[in-house]
Design a binder for this molecule. Structure first.
Ligand SMILES: Nc1ncnc2c1ncn2[C@@H]1O[C@H](COP(=O)(O)OP(=O)(O)OP(=O)(O)O)[C@@H](O)[C@H]1O
Ligand SMILES: [Mg+2]
Length: 364
């Protein structure tokens, strides 16, 4: 207890500038309940979130994502290791010092967590009321935030009168009210349709760029990570399976879990009729549907011609897309190949050219 005052300033000095959050060999086990044993949610997590960046954390249900971000704002305490926010060991904070830190960390949620008895204005004002902000300052700030999130005309409405996307905009305005340095997002777009998701992610990106706000965002959807993250962490079973910049992870995923997320993402972008026919295992004489990613501006098909010549594999291109990620171009094909052993050979062949290929499924 007494060491708190002496350790915090030293930590602050060591890491404050470059990394706003540092997970240092973090373990988290939840205590046993009744006859159930303790649940180990996180194992030996070491990660840094660069100040000003957007870090996307992706993982399946139960991977430990929510636990990870709840450690940052002190809603959970690590059972091993440390979590530093702005150089301060959050696990050692309590009372006023903890609240002071929490005020610098905003959070948004899947189900928005708005108060139904309060108007839009009053929801956004709440953190400022709690912080004891003077009335005039408060009104000015809330109005500016509502302007920022595009809800100035809804200030006197109640949450029940808003769409999901509008509710999340209120959630974002409320999270920004105390001018935090960090925004935590726990599946903030999971309850929204794709178009609304897009607009919320655009808003978050704007806030990141214009306010310099660091964002730590967790999701189970690769498309969310692709739209917004500079860096990607893949959590699996409470461990970091993969971590890198978004471009590298997207174009050359290393871990099987990462690949399965991409296969899902790409699967959703298949033409409807093809997706409906897709099956997990190869029927005799069937074809494999693959996603092939190129780290170049043109979805360069020279390597595919060469592949056709060298392996005698027939590659039929179903769709070709050129996109950018974090400002760098990449191209991706959806193609069909003859099934069987040729598929493995093709994936291995392309890997030798630094081209990532993923089998999405098979069709008869
Ligand atoms: N309060 C708790 N008490 C006991 N176990 C918990 C508690 N919270 C989470 N867990 C367990 O810890 C593990 C990680 O849970 P967590 O909520 O962090 O996963 P998640 O990746 O956010 O999952 P989801 O995508 O479903 O939200 C799970 O096995 C979960 O059952
Ligand atoms: Mg969760």
């Amino acid at each position: 207890m007494t060491s708190r005052a002496t350790t915090a300033p030293q930590n602050r000095h060591a890491v404050a500038s470059a990394d706003i959050v540092v997970f240092d060999h973090v373990h988290k086990a939840y205590a046993a309940r009744g006859s159930a044993g303790a649940v180990a949610a996180l194992h030996d997590i070491s990660l840094s979130v660069r100040t000003g960046s957007v870090m996307g954390v992706i993982g399946r249900s139960g991977a430990g994502k929510s636990t990870l971000i709840r450690l940052v704002n002190g809603l959970e305490t690590p059972t091993g290791g440390r979590v530093l926010f702005d150089g301060v060991d959050v696990g050692t904070l309590a009372g006023g010092a903890l609240r002071q830190t929490q005020r610098q960390i905003g959070m948004i949620f899947q189900h928005f967590n708005l108060l139904s008895s309060r108007t839009v204005f009053e929801n956004v004002a709440l953190p400022l009321e709690i912080a004891g902000t003077a009335k005039a300052t408060l009104a000015k700030r809330v109005n500016a935030l509502l302007e920022l999130v595009g809800l100035a005309d809804k200030r006197d409405r109640y949450p029940s009168e808003l769409s999901g996307g509008q509710k999340q905009r209120v959630g974002i305005a409320r999270a920004l009210a105390t001018e935090p340095k960090l925004l935590l997002s726990d599946e903030a777009t999971s309850a929204l349709d794709p178009e609304t998701t897009r607009s919320i992610l655009d808003l978050l990106k704007t806030v990141n760029r214009e306010l310099g706000l660091t964002i730590l965002l967790i999701t189970h959807e690769m498309s969310v990570v692709r739209a917004i993250a500079d860096e990607v962490v893949v959590l699996d079973g409470g461990r970091v399976a993969e971590h890198g910049n978004a471009y590298d992870v997207f174009t050359q995923p290393q871990h099987a879990v990462t690949r399965s997320f991409f296969a899902n993402d790409a699967g959703r972008q298949l033409p409807d009729d093809l997706r409906a026919k897709l099956q997990a295992s190869a029927p005799p004489g069937g074809k494999a549907i693959v996603r092939i990613v190129f780290r170049t501006a043109s979805a360069d098909d020279a390597v595919l011609s060469k592949l056709a010549r060298d392996l005698g594999v027939d590659v039929n291109i179903i769709s070709a897309t050129v996109d950018t990620l974090a400002g760098k171009p990449f191209g991706w094909f959806i193609a069909s190949l003859d099934g069987g052993k040729q598929v493995d050979d093709t994936v291995a062949y392309l890997a030798r050219y630094g081209v990532n290929a993923e089998v999405l499924g098979y069709v008869a």
